[in-house]
Design a protein around this ligand. Structure first.
Ligand SMILES: Cc1cc2nc3c(=O)[nH]c(=O)nc-3n(C[C@H](O)[C@H](O)[C@H](O)COP(=O)(O)O)c2cc1C
Length: 185
């Protein structure tokens, strides 16, 4: 399985870090691409910067020399985490001027799995209409709205309530966050 993790400049860089912490490049191919503004938000929110797992491949945003720039070599799944309203709008309207946007375009057209983890509040009608269009095109919208019923005691545990759902949608078994009404030992 080949997974592309795309990080954009929305608040919530921790979600991307926790997802990467839970993807093992020895078990599946992990590719990473960051928008320009992702790097600014990472500098604000992740002391020590983003840590890639050994074996993950980081791609240059401005180069189309990546496998997933072409429909002939798409990833099985792409996760945009966190996803800005800007990137969401650009994906919804088919902009493909960098490799992140082009990959999302490829994933949609090749009917692969596109999971978007948007972070914004409140939402405008523009945001909601873009989400509607993306749902119609087959994307999964998995908003960065953590679940408090898990009783998370740390920010990381709260972020993991979202990352666990992303892993579920990727079909990756995980016990990252307690599940509702599950038997606990
Ligand atoms: C610290 C910081 C936090 C931000 N948080 C958000 C956010 O939560 N959601 C959002 O849509 N944009 C947010 N922005 C604005 C985006 O970074 C900005 O619109 C940028 O152009 C998005 O570009 P990108 O989609 O290519 O990453 C934030 C910017 C900064 C500097």
């Amino acid at each position: 399985m080949k997974i592309l993790v795309a990080i954009t400049g929305a608040s919530g860089a921790l979600y991307a870090q926790r997802l990467l912490d839970n993807l093992d490049p020895r078990e599946r191919e992990i590719h990473v691409v960051q928008s320009h503004y992702a790097q600014q938000v990472i500098a604000e929110e992740l002391p020590g910067g983003l840590k890639l797992p050994d074996g993950a491949k980081l791609h240059n945003l401005k180069s189309m020399n990546a496998p997933f720039a072409s429909g002939s070599n798409p990833p099985d799944a792409m996760v945009v985490i966190p996803c800005t309203m800007g990137t969401m709008g650009r994906i919804a309207h088919g902009y493909s001027e960098d490799v992140l946007l082009r990959a999302a375009d490829v994933v949609l057209k090749e009917r692969k799995k596109l999971i978007l983890v948007p972070r914004e509040t409140p939402l405008s009608l523009v945001h909601v209409k873009n989400m509607e269009l993306l749902l119609q095109a087959g994307a999964t919208i998995l908003p960065a709205n953590p679940g408090f019923y898990s009783g998370a005691k740390t920010v990381v545990a709260l972020a993991d309530t979202i990352v666990a759902r992303v892993l579920d949608h990727l079909g990756i078994e995980n016990q990252l966050a307690p599940r509702w009404a599950e038997e606990r030992e």
